[in-house]
Design a binder for this molecule. Structure first.
Ligand SMILES: [Zn+2]
Length: 170
């Protein structure tokens, strides 16, 4: 009888929830929805606005700079700039999210990329989705970016523009 009692005392019902519980599942789901991208790489949460037509509150500021990007891209850029700084490398930002009207103006001033210029067709630029930054890089910073940017999801995507880096995801 004493043996049965000790077996009952030692009994623990099996856990009915996955490790972490319902709350962490909800957080994981939120993160998944917030970071989802279309087949073309556009953040799903931004598609309803359109390229170059994203409101202020749907974007995230990059640290204390006045620059804004899609949230996950802004967070990753901040982490990358911090990592560079720790290695004595300075990365400056000259451009980030670009509204449609500014892309039209840029195309007028610099010409379309397809015609040998330096501007994407308005409505197609990664800047219009808050996914691209133009960086101020000296030779050392350029080399650092080519070696480390991929770890932070950034890629050098435009052949004649070594300053242009797009967030492709991690
Ligand atoms: Zn650019």
């Amino acid at each position: 009888m004493a043996e049965i009692r000790s077996q009952i005392a030692a009994f623990r019902p099996p856990a009915t929830e996955p490790a972490g519980g319902a709350e962490s599942f909800r957080q994981a789901l939120d993160t998944t929805l917030r970071t989802a991208r279309t087949a073309g790489g556009v953040p799903v949460e931004l598609t309803k606005y359109g390229n170059g037509r994203i409101p202020e509150q749907a974007l995230q500021r990059v640290g204390t700079t006045g620059h804004r990007l899609w949230g996950p891209a802004a967070a990753s850029l901040e982490a990358m700039m911090r990592a560079a700084r720790q290695q004595g490398v300075t990365i400056g930002i000259t451009d980030s999210y670009r509204p449609f009207a500014e892309q039209v103006d840029l195309a007028r001033r610099k010409g379309l990329y397809a015609n040998g210029g330096l501007a994407a067709k308005p409505g197609t630029s990664d800047h219009g989705w808050g996914l691209a930054v133009d960086l101020d890089l000296d030779a050392r910073a350029q080399a650092w970016m080519r070696q480390h940017a991929g770890q932070f999801g950034f890629a050098e995507t435009t052949p004649r523009e070594p300053w242009h880096w797009a967030y492709r995801a991690k």
